[in-house]
Design a protein around this ligand. Structure first.
Ligand code: ADP
Ligand code: MG
Length: 737
């Protein structure tokens, strides 16, 4: 039988799906083709007569529950015309009242004794749990013998749905399509399926939607998870293959040169970790196979020094290095601290410069035209050995004489595509080093970030001070906030400086525009909050309150992303020089700001920030010899998820532990979405946390296959899957511009 259906068939041309439904599927769920629909997998499975659902109701959640009708009553409404229908359903343990207002024609099929699926938002009125105006579907009664068979003990799929398209509408569409859908071409090679014991694609797609048994469901899931891991790994293997075909230039170290002079003048000894990393980087730069490495290490662990040494090796070899920072503030700060570290070695062309010196140029979006022209000229002529900047470096027409190394500081905003774009700037693709203080699991490094090798700086340089973190719960204990301000005054009294961080700039209610953290976890708190929550505290509102109140008499400065660049720069300079005691700021200070004399930080509305962001933020204190203090101010009550998150941050300063916690709390899609700029994650089943082994096996299999057949000539179905994946990625990148 050939229905002419394929995974690419538009849904409106699929049988049993009318134009209206097709439009609803497209608008509400972004499902356009038969393939999209069949890859819209059930979120879970309900079993007929299952007893677990009602016990776990949470107020305010959208749920689909299976329950049995216990009683039905209709009565006229008091205030209005029409009747109100009240249906009590239960699962033997808990009861739930369904309420339909003005429901003259509602309630069809809802007879006592019948089982049904009920979907809606859970509310509670006194002791009664309710669903108001739920969608529902009555399951076939026990008299309908033929259908009993279908439902008896069956796993009923419950789909991620919306109010426009219910789970059973989806189930019906999928069922209809599956009935006429011919076995699709299978992208997984037969050998692979045989050795891994994987079922065919057609069977897997059927069984994940209409599982005949738990066993079949597991097999289907396993198979479809493989599809995701394998397509991803084949894409990456092809990238590796292509990269090997266009080598970078080898940049071997020199015995004498700017790096040797830098090392000789270094005011401290490198930690063992820094030396190890240094050797790895030096060796990788010395050969033509492109370096592609992620350097992870706690805030303050000394990554920048490692990166600078790598950049100097490239300069010694006649090349240039670019350093990309996520914000303008940070780019300016980097340029400043690189210049400070290099001293005369970074002042080529100036009076008193060392003979082997190079130059550092800064390029940001908001520079004056003259400054910009100068930087562009220095980059193009090769005069500047190191060019520091934001995205502007890759987005605008910046020419390098010989770009040999790209260093990306903080991976947040730089996904695979951005790196590719930058790599295309060199005549030969430059080596790439990505630095991050937010550790990421190896699987994420391998997938989301396009196959980076990873190195870690595990120890902090000697002489670092511990940071004590405390939650300041202002809802239970308002006077604690006064204590926080007193602590700040004490620190300033000892000659130290402090930060006060707010989630928002203020005035117009927008978050900090350019400087919002790229991983979007600033919004995380919003996930467990209602829309009626008050707006987060703003710099513009808090700064004057502090100046006229608890911090009166101290020298306050304000820093956020909407300030003009030169003003931002001036504020940072004043703070660094100790001319400002307390800096009231947004997350612009999140990464890289390095003022060792700053010892205290108060984070307002701390529950509005994500775990790793809080960790980054507090890394700004305790960078000198005095111990650091971080106070996490929150209105969240004890026991709430928001409070638990803050307690966890206060309890540990182990970045790896916190990264794990962070990943656990976010949905997988968020992790990918943030890093990959994906609107809709293409990984539905694959978990980067859970499926580590599968991903590694898939990687080996993919490498083997691509080595033998780089263009996938012998695997057309796989080629199509991979092409679709790469296209989607590219489309999103272009869209994002
Ligand atoms: P990261 O980029 O990892 O956050 P940095 O490279 O900015 O850390 O280093 C933080 C501070 O520690 C800088 O002031 C740097 O000069 C200093 N530093 C780096 N390595 C060492 C070391 N081995 N010993 C002492 N101080 C160091
Ligand atoms: Mg840094």
């Amino acid at each position: 039988m050939s229905s002419g259906l394929s995974l690419q068939t538009p849904l409106r041309r699929a049988p049993g799906i009318g134009d209206k439904t097709a439009k609803a599927l497209a608008d509400a769920l972004d499902l356009h083709t038969v393939g999209d629909l069949l890859h819209h997998f059930p979120r879970r499975y309900a079993r007929h007569g299952e007893h677990t659902d009602l016990a776990s109701l949470v107020e305010g959640e959208d749920v689909t529950v299976m329950a049995q009708v216990q009683s039905v009553s209709r009565r006229p409404m008091r205030q209005r015309r029409g009747t109100m229908l009240s249906v009590v359903v239960g699962d033997g343990r808990r009861a739930l009242t369904l309420t339909f207002f003005n429901a003259t024609w509602q309630g069809k099929g809802l007879e006592p004794g019948r089982w049904g699926l009920f979907a809606g938002r859970v509310t509670r009125f006194r002791e009664t749990w309710q669903l108001n105006h739920p969608h529902y579907q009555v399951l076939p009664g026990d008299d309908a013998a033929s259908e009993v068979e279908e439902f008896a003990g069956a796993l009923i799929p419950v789909y991620p749905a919306t109010s426009a398209v219910t789970t059973w509408q989806l189930a019906n569409c999928i069922k209809t399509v599956l009935q006429v859908f011919p076995a699709p071409p299978d992208p997984l090679p037969d050998v692979l399926k045989d050795t891994r014991g994987l079922v065919d694609l057609g069977a897997a797609l059927h069984d994940i939607h209409r599982p005949p048994s738990e066993g079949a469901l597991d097999a289907a899931r396993q198979r479809l998870t493989w599809d995701e891991a394998f397509a991803l790994q084949v894409t990456l293997a092809q990238r590796r293959h292509a990269a090997a075909a266009s080598p970078s230039r080898a940049r071997p170290p020199r015995d004498s040169g700017v790096l040797a002079s830098f090392d000789a003048a270094l005011p401290f000894t490198l930690t063992a970790g820094q030396r190890d990393v240094g050797e790895t980087l030096a060796a990788e730069l010395a050969v033509s196979s492109p370096m592609h490495r992620l350097l992870q290490g706690e805030v303050g662990s000394g990554k920048t020094v490692c990166a600078l040494r790598a950049m100097l090796q490239v300069v010694d070899a006649g090349g240039q290095a670019a350093l990309l920072a996520p914000t303008e503030v940070l780019a300016a700060q980097h340029a400043r601290s690189l210049r400070a570290m290099l001293g005369p070695l970074g002042e080529a062309g100036e009076l008193g410069a060392a003979e082997e010196a190079t130059r550092i140029a800064l390029l940001t979006g908001s520079m004056s035209a003259a400054a910009r022209r100068r930087t562009l000229a220095e980059a193009a002529s090769g005069e500047a050995g190191i060019v520091v900047g934001t995205h502007a470096l890759i987005q605008e027409g910046v020419e390098f004489a010989d770009l040999g190394l790209v260093v990306v500081d903080e991976q947040h905003r730089f996904g695979v595509e951005q790196r590719d774009a930058l790599r295309a700037k060199g005549r030969q693709p430059p080596h790439v080093l990505v630095m991050t203080a937010t550790p990421i699991p190896r699987t994420v490094a391998m997938t989301v970030f396009g196959d980076l090798e990873t190195s870690e700086l595990a120890e902090l340089p000697a002489g670092r001070s511990p940071i004590a973190s405390h939650v300041v719960p202002v809802s239970d204990k308002p006077h604690f906030l006064d204590r926080a301000w007193t602590r700040i005054r004490e620190e300033v009294g000892k000659g130290h400086q402090a930060y006060v961080v707010c989630p928002r700039i203020g005035d117009d209610g927008t978050p900090d525009p350019a400087e919002e953290p790229g991983d979007g976890d600033g919004d995380e708190g919003a996930a467990d909050s209602g829309a009626d929550r008050r707006a987060p505290l703003a710099v513009a509102d808090l700064a004057p309150l502090l100046a006229g109140g608890p911090l009166a008499g101290l020298r306050l400065g304000v820093l956020h992303g909407r300030l003009p660049a030169d003003e931002k720069d001036a504020v940072m300079r004043d703070f660094t020089a100790g001319r400002i005691d307390v800096l009231v700021a947004t997350t612009v200070i999140e990464v890289g700001v390095d003022v060792p004399n700053a010892t205290a930080m108060v984070i307002m509305d701390a529950d509005r920030f994500g775990v790793s962001q809080l960790h980054q933020l507090r890394g700004r204190v305790g960078r000198g010899s005095a111990p650091g203090l971080c106070l996490l101010v929150t209105e969240a009550f004890g026991g709430t998820p928001a409070r638990q998150r803050l307690d966890a941050v206060a309890a540990t300063s182990d970045g790896f532990e916190l990264a794990r916690l962070d990943l656990e709390q976010r949905r997988e899609g968020d992790v990918l979405g943030a890093a990959q700029s994906g609107r809709r994650s293409r990984l539905r089943l694959l978990s980067l946390l859970r499926d580590v082994e599968l991903i590694e096996t898939a990687r080996e299999e993919a490498s083997r296959l691509v080595a033998a057949d780089p263009d996938l000539r012998d695997h057309p179905a796989l080629a199509a899957t991979v092409a679709a994946m790469v296209d989607a990625e590219r489309a999103e990148y272009l869209e994002k511009g």
